[in-house]
Write a protein that binds this ligand. Structure first.
Ligand code: GLY
Length: 396
């Protein structure tokens, strides 16, 4: 770990000579500059929502191939990230105008509390309403979040011990569980603490333990999709959906795993989850395929490395997770140093140019490479986890 930190210091210097955002200067994240980008994103988003009157668009997601801004409806899996980003902007700036915007974009998602079409209700509702409740203490948000948790646990398969992630491709999968699903457990842990009903937490712990058992390889890299038999609970197959290959390590999947087990330890204080998070962190940070600046290629096993895109969204999730892990782990100091380096490099080298990219903060994420969509573009969840990481960098 210490060696890694030294490497990353050197890498910052090397990276400035070689990377994408050549006019950027190294240094601290400039919150005022972030605010200017978000102001632009707000104007562009409002324009599209106004023009598409009645279409239920609620959240800027990315930039389309034709160069236009993509704004998505509440049912999109990413619909909670924009309001979540606005909440962090409000929290860090103290500027009430961000709070007003955050409330507006949060409350546009109210009906998603009943949307059980996939596991993403956790992403949609906890990044939006979860932050809204945390920062406003508005009790009207509590039943909405509790209903969201009920919607999520309706997807739990007792025999399997997991929440089913997806319903599509039913001819291929019976009960597909993706590593991303670890993120949705935060809503469940919160719901048990809020209501005093252990059912949500029990399901979350079962999901996390089953996922340790079946979703990780010996080196603590993670499979993207594990499909279970709904009757027997046996593993039917292990695949990828967004990674390079079934056996490869898709960067954002590793990031979801790291964040998910760190968060699960926060709520449970169960040593097994802390150890899992530490193992995943070590897999990531000591990986020979991790570039010197700490921003991963989209998949650790793409044979085209180094001529393939980075995934800044994975870097942002990893950074935020490492800050939290640093508060729990005996290796905390080295995790924090790594998080500081990646945060600085993300800002210095991969941010959008001022006034560009419709106002998204960061550039250079990959959504779904096998599908050929959202490659090397800004994406809202990169911005959300970057803002969370920035907040945590000051808090922890
Ligand atoms: N949860 C979907 C993704 O990470 O792309």
């Amino acid at each position: 770990m210490k060696q890694l930190s030294v490497l990353l210091v050197v890498s910052v210097m090397l990276a400035f000579t070689s990377c994408t955002n050549s006019v950027s200067e190294p240094g601290e994240v400039d919150l005022e500059a972030v605010g200017q980008q978000l102001q632009l994103l707000h104007q562009n988003t409002e324009k599209i929502i106004t023009e598409a009157d009645g279409s239920e668009l609620v959240c800027p997601r990315t930039i389309n191939e034709d160069g236009s801004l993509r704004v998505v409806p509440g049912g999109d899996w990413t619909s909670g990230f924009y309001s979540g980003t606005l909440w962090y902007m409000y929290e860090m700036s103290g500027d009430e105008s961000w709070k007003k915007k955050a409330i507006t974009y949060t409350e546009m998602l109210e009906k998603e509390q009943y949307n059980g079409s996939n596991h993403d209700v956790g992403f949609r509702m906890y990044c939006s309403y979860g932050n809204a409740l945390r920062l406003t203490k508005n009790e009207a948000y509590i039943p909405i979040l509790v209903q969201s948790a009920k919607t999520l646990i309706a997807r739990y398969y007792e025999e399997v011990g997991c929440i089913r992630s997806w319903n599509f491709d039913e001819q291929v999968w019976q009960c597909p569980v993706i590593i991303d699903n670890m993120m949705n457990l935060e809503l469940l842990f919160w719901a048990s603490e809020q209501t005093g009903n252990p059912v949500y937490k029990d399901i979350a712990i079962s999901h996390a333990l089953t996922t340790i058992k079946h979703q990780f390889r010996d080196d603590y890299s993670t499979v993207h999709v594990v499909d279970y038999d709904t009757i027997t609970g046996e593993v039917r197959q292990k695949n990828t959906h967004q990674g390079y290959a079934d056996e490869s390590s898709w960067a954002r999947g590793q990031a979801w795993g790291l964040y998910g087990y760190t968060m699960t330890y926060r709520f449970t204080k169960d040593q097994r989850f802390l150890e899992q998070a530490e193992h995943i962190a070590d897999f990531l940070l000591n990986n020979p395929a991790l570039p010197e600046d700490g921003i991963p290629y989209w998949d650790f096993n793409d044979p085209g490395i180094p001529e393939v895109p980075r995934d800044v969204s994975a870097a942002a999730i990893i950074t935020s997770a490492l800050y939290e892990l640093s508060t729990f782990s005996d290796e905390g100091e080295s995790y924090k140093l790594a998080a500081d380096r990646i945060l600085m490099n993300t800002w210095s080298l991969y941010r959008s140019m001022k006034g560009e990219n419709f106002g998204f903060i960061l550039d250079h994420s990959v959504g779904n490479m096998p599908d050929g969509s959202e490659i090397d573009v800004p994406i809202n969840y990169a911005d959300y986890y970057f803002m969370e990481a920035l907040y945590r960098s000051k808090k922890f």
